[in-house]
Write a protein that binds this ligand. Structure first.
Ligand code: ATP
Length: 249
């Protein structure tokens, strides 16, 4: 990794770019993952690279959903593995939830590398390595999944997703939690709970709420979910963005 001085005003952003770039050279991140990262960065800049209040509320709802679920699954792709493998594993162990690899540009080699990365961070079983089921209505490799994992999951956490699979998972009757810095994406608009935040901040934030809510009665978790209004929360995010841009103009 190039030496980036800690004093650089964009230190974190530059280190993250290096991580993604290294991940691509190692064959974990697909080259189009760099483009997706760039779009995310742009929205992060607009947010002020911080977790905003509506996002914190979404993280609480997400934690309630993951704890209330019978078979919660965290979906992992190349970018997520490189940026947040440790957070994914910690969250999965805490809930507990399953981890499943799901890739748009799928090769067995990349799947294996992501599985090894997750295992290095302490994951036990990693699903998605040998898929044996398909999400109906998808014509690409993101349809591939495992019966014991995403196929039968009732709650799925999908960081950095594409809108097609988000909608297809919803059609299967699942509760879908998205982490997406772009509040306008099809994924953000279609999910049951949308966390508009960087995956690197969102996962620890969900972990915080899982610790707070763990041990609460199922009825208390369900109460949080019954009162959840995703459109209203997305409107609050948009309103924050527009006020922030106005204040800067
Ligand atoms: P959609 O089909 O939902 O409209 P898309 O096809 O435009 O999505 P993709 O390229 O599939 O988007 O996915 C990348 C998404 O992930 C983008 O919306 C981008 O803002 C978001 N993203 C990229 N990096 C991060 C990150 N580190 N944390 C959270 N979100 C991110």
């Amino acid at each position: 990794m190039n030496k980036i001085p800690k004093s650089h005003p964009r230190y974190l952003s530059l280190v993250t770019r290096e991580q993604i770039s290294k991940g691509m050279k190692q064959g974990v991140v697909h080259e189009t993952g760099l483009i997706a990262h760039g779009r995310g960065e742009a929205f992060d800049y607009l947010l002020g690279e911080t977790t905003i209040l509506p996002t914190n509320k979404a993280a609480k709802a997400a934690a309630a959903a993951l704890l209330a679920g019978n078979n919660p699954v965290i979906s992992v792709n190349g970018n997520v593995a490189v940026l947040a493998a440790n957070s994914c594993v910690k969250l999965a162990n805490l809930i507990p939830a399953k981890l499943e690899i799901n890739l748009f540009h799928r090769t067995q080699m990349r799947v294996n590398k992501i599985a090894v990365l997750l295992q290095t961070h302490g994951a036990n079983t990693v699903y998605g390595v040998h898929p044996n089921a398909k999400i109906p209505g998808l014509d690409h490799d993101r349809a591939l999944c495992e019966k014991e994992g995403i196929f039968t999951a009732d709650v799925v956490l999908i960081p950095l997703e594409d809108g097609d699979r988000c909608q297809a998972l919803q059609k299967m009757g699942k509760m879908v939690i998205a982490i997406d810095l772009n509040p306008l994406s099809r994924t953000a608009q279609a999910a049951t709970i949308t966390i508009v935040d960087n995956v690197t901040r969102a996962l620890p934030q969900i972990e915080h709420w899982v610790k707070e809510l763990k041990g609460k009665k199922q009825s208390e978790l369900e109460k949080i979910l019954k009162t959840w209004d995703n459109s209203k929360n997305l409107s609050s995010v948009m309103s924050f963005l527009s006020k922030r841009l106005n204040s800067l103009s």
